[in-house]
Design a protein around this ligand. Structure first.
Ligand code: NAD
Ligand code: ZN
Length: 353
């Protein structure tokens, strides 16, 4: 079958592969809706995880089951499923300690388009189907649900890791699709004043719809100063980093109060050392903590996110700005993600059953 792959660093193209074999507890899935991720761009064009040879890209999918192994209990061919970007090895000790995205090695729960073929092919393999697939509720469009596998799971984790309490003030830095999902997560968890740092008009519009109360333009001066000014010097209870660069880190510390959590969900690339401002960080004693995490995967996570959609708490479809039809269009969708035109939030590719 064919798939769209990273051929080597800085090069993508179509490849022919053997249909993957289905293990006893696994599934083979055909895509119904696919979306490229900014992480695919870091992987191919920034070498963020090193070189890869002919690895099919993509880790955001909704699909239809083609085949299941004999030990799979809850899924059968023909079922429509949400496929989490992260498909952990649930028996691993890291999963038992509560860190399922880090099973077997750091980031080891992230298999698709990291160290195994991703979802941009006619077929893809899912390990541990009962634990790593979720049924697609009939009321949710596949394209909408594709926004859950990585974007909403990651963004909401960003808000969870920021330990937002009812009434917390929150800043979300970077409002691409990941940051916007974090805005939605912060609102659900009870943020009061919710600053969204960004400039693109589409993103600003969705940020407001997702619950942002204030928009900060990082092109109009240091964002820590803008947020300090807006809060009479107080700063915020929680900072979620979902974009920006190495200069963002000192700014995040400078807008944080004592007790504040800085929650990073950005995939850092472009520098080897992350700078923290010693003095603003209370010489390392300011009770300003940094939490990190990789998108949570697995069935329960996807079912919970889907129920947020079903009961009207989140509207993932607002992230979709560009729609394509046919697997061959994943190439265009990925290049759009690379070029990031100003009106882009997320592209989605629909594939007929
Ligand atoms: P994006 O590029 O669409 O959004 C990032 C936003 O940050 C952009 O709108 C950009 O204009 C803005 N920005 C740039 N400089 C800024 C600055 N100085 N201050 C504030 N904002 C600034 O990307 P995305 O698709 O939303 O993804 C965000 C990041 O999350 C990427 O690095 C992606 O790889 C990563 N990611 C992480 C996980 C995870 O599991 N932790 C999962 C998915 C994606
Ligand atoms: Zn991703």
């Amino acid at each position: 079958f064919t798939g769209f792959a990273m051929k080597r660093l800085n090069e993508v193209g179509w490849v022919e592969k053997e249909k993957p074999e289905c293990g006893r507890r696994d599934a083979i899935v055909k895509p119904l809706a696919l979306s490229p991720c900014t992480s695919d761009i870091h992987t191919v064009w920034e070498g963020a995880i090193g070189d890869r040879k002919d690895m099919i890209l993509g880790h955001e999918a909704v699909g239809i089951i083609d085949e299941v192994g004999p030990d799979v209990k809850d899924f059968k061919p023909g079922d429509k499923v949400i496929v989490p970007a992260i498909t952990p090895d649930w028996e691993d000790e890291a999963a038992q300690r509560g860190y399922s995205s880090q099973t077997t090695e750091p980031l080891g729960g992230w298999k698709f388009s990291n160290f195994k073929d991703g979802v941009f092919g006619e077929y893809f393999h899912v390990n541990l189907a009962d634990a790593n697939l979720a049924k697609l509720p009939e009321s949710i469009e596949p394209e909408t649900a594709a926004m859950l596998s990585d974007m909403f799971s990651t963004g909401i984790m960003g808000a969870e890791n920021a330990k937002i309490k009812v009434g917390s003030t929150v800043a979300v830095i970077g409002i691409g699709p990941v940051g916007l999902s974090a805005v939605a997560g912060a609102a659900i968890l009870g943020a009061s004043r919710l600053f969204a740092v960004g400039t693109r008009p589409n993103c600003v519009d969705v940020a407001k719809k997702y619950g942002a109360t204030d928009i900060i333009n990082y092109k109009e001066g240091p964002i820590d100063e803008q947020i300090r000014d807006a809060t009479d010097g107080a700063g915020v209870d929680a900072v979620i980093i979902a974009g920006g660069n190495m200069d963002t880190w000192p700014q995040a510390v400078k807008m944080a109060k004592a007790g504040s959590k800085i929650s990073n969900i950005n995939y850092l690339s472009g520098a080897d050392v992350v700078p923290l401002p010693r003095e603003a960080w209370g010489c390392g004693m300011a009770n300003i903590d940094i939490n990190t995490g990789l998108c949570p995967g697995g069935r329960v996570r996807m079912e919970r996110l889907a129920s947020l959609v079903e009961y009207g708490r989140i509207k993932p479809e607002l992230l979709i700005t560009h729609r394509f039809k046919g697997l061959e269009k994943v190439e265009d969708a990925l290049m759009l993600m690379k070029d990031k035109p100003r009106d882009l939030i997320k592209p989605v590719v629909s594939i007929k059953e």
